[in-house]
Design a protein around this ligand. Sequence first.
Ligand SMILES: *Cc1c(COP(=O)(O)O)cnc(C)c1O
Length: 416
Amino acid sequence: MPKKCLPFTLEEIAAIAEKHPTPFHIYDEQGIRENARRLVAAFAWNPGFKEYFAVKACPNPRLMQILKEEGFGMDCSSLPELILSERVGVTGESIMFTSNNTPESEFVKARELGAVINLDDITHIDYLKRCAGIPELICLRYNPGALKGGNAIIGNPEEAKYGFTGSQLFEGYAKLQQLGAKRFGLHTMVASNELNPNYFVETAEILFDLAVEINRQLGITFEFINLGGGIGIPYKPEDVPVDLEFVGEGIRKAYQERLIGKGHPELKIYLECGRMITGPYGYLVAKVLHVKETYKRYIGLDACMANLMRPALYGAYHHITIPARIGQLGARVYDVTGSLCENNDKFAVNRKLPDAVPGDLVVIHDTGAHGHAMGFQYNGKLRSAELLLRMDRSVELIRRAETVEDYFATLDFSRL
Ligand SMILES: *Cc1c(COP(=O)(O)O)cnc(C)c1O
């Protein structure tokens, strides 16, 4: 993808904003489909390959339907996400249920749907047995601890709350064999927003070695290995996107040498990426409300951190384009703010931008993952609409904006 481009012209986005009041997130169907096909092609060497879209990244059924059409399954971690998948028509082993600290109701629903259950902890074996029964197919989540270096968002695996230790894995699989499980998967997820392609190849190597060792000791033949998600996206113009072909080819080599070469039969490779699937193809479109000058210069938008929390939450960089000012040099430094009564309600701090005036449209890039999805209503802010820019360039409203009535819907005014 070219550096920080927009999939629409100024005229197009102005026309869309005439019809759909700002702020809104808009997703680029063509970008999503082309990227999905690139990922699948990179793993075409593996006949059973499947990507399970991490629903939490962008839980909109219309986008899930598009990804289903591209052959994706869904990676769910809560009851509503399971129900969303069901409503989209993705059920059975096309759902990976990877949760942690899991309540009973979720295991029950996952079993009802026939989802692949991926257990996060050794005590969950007995818990699952009691509340929903042990399924024939089961997967365990591995936390490699000190075997694997840290990553900025998930952090050091030893500090991460997820997964089984190595020795717990052996104990867990042995116990599941006794309890009647017949088909097995192995999973890990140790990265988030990682841009180093070697990281994913190294993770695969660790899992392939482990699968061979478990196979030797317990006689378990794995049906699949799920390498998790975590493929990063180039938020900054200078970031280099992960080379999917390099990752696919590196994992193919490791698979041949360390798995097939060591006597383990062929198995299916799964991924459960979220961010890289939809992230770069979503844009938060807002309008300049005010430009303010005090000790600093501020561009105030009609969006706020309720529409995109990442910059305030972890200082994340999101590129900003002012379509009407493209080509004008960024002469001055601005903070780009929302209207929450929170001083960290800023989309950018000290960002060099062209001068903008009230009414200008502002586009914030890479909001297709953990954008609308992380929205909240603090300070009486309402969640925005979501739009889909279709392949034929028409625009579809795929989630309406919340209203004040939605905000009040859970309150009881009758006893005032
Ligand atoms: C969040 C999550 C993913 C997806 O991670 P990305 O960084 O969005 O690719 C996959 N699996 C699990 C268990 C997750 O929690």
